[in-house]
Design a binder for this molecule. Structure first.
Ligand code: HEC
Length: 115
């Protein structure tokens, strides 16, 4: 019985990496960045500057994964951007941040973005 439960838990958790990031994004990022990363979450109306648009090819053209990860970890203020973008290094570890960057890329338009 217990073993079965553990086995099921393992099966359920193993491939969940991308889903985890999607859940985290929905919980911690979408209020500002929008459900689909359009920069149009409910809180965005009152923000200046506006939250980054991850569904915009122009956003990815100017950025690489390392830089995006750095801002998620350290926040905007530490990187010459707005302090409205908080640092998430305290709530997400490096692996989670790497997975988040990969998730954000899935929101981008399908044309190839430089890595
Ligand atoms: C309180 C609103 C808010 C929340 C919540 C928020 N952000 Fe942001 N974020 C912003 C704003 C505003 C900017 C634009 C900062 C600027 O352009 O100066 C930004 C910018 C960014 C950028 C782009 C930085 C760049 O290269 O220009 C990334 C990546 C990012 N956020 C990721 C995230 C992730 C991932 C989460 C959730 C874990 C998150 N944000 C949660 C407001 C928010």
């Amino acid at each position: 019985m217990r073993l079965t439960a553990i086995a099921i838990a393992l099966i359920l958790s193993a491939p969940a990496q991308a889903d985890d990031s999607a859940d985290t994004f929905a919980m911690m990022c979408s209020a500002c960045h929008g459900e689909k990363g359009g920069g149009d979450g409910p809180a965005s109306a009152s923000l200046d500057p506006k939250p980054a648009k991850f569904n915009d090819a122009a956003f990815w053209k100017e950025r690489d994964d390392a830089g995006v990860a750095k801002i998620i970890k350290e926040g905007g203020a530490a990187n010459g951007k707005s302090a409205l973008m908080a640092p998430f290094g305290g709530t997400m570890d490096d692996a989670q941040i790497t997975a988040m960057v990969a998730y954000l890329r899935t929101l981008a338009p399908s044309e190839k973005a430089p890595k």
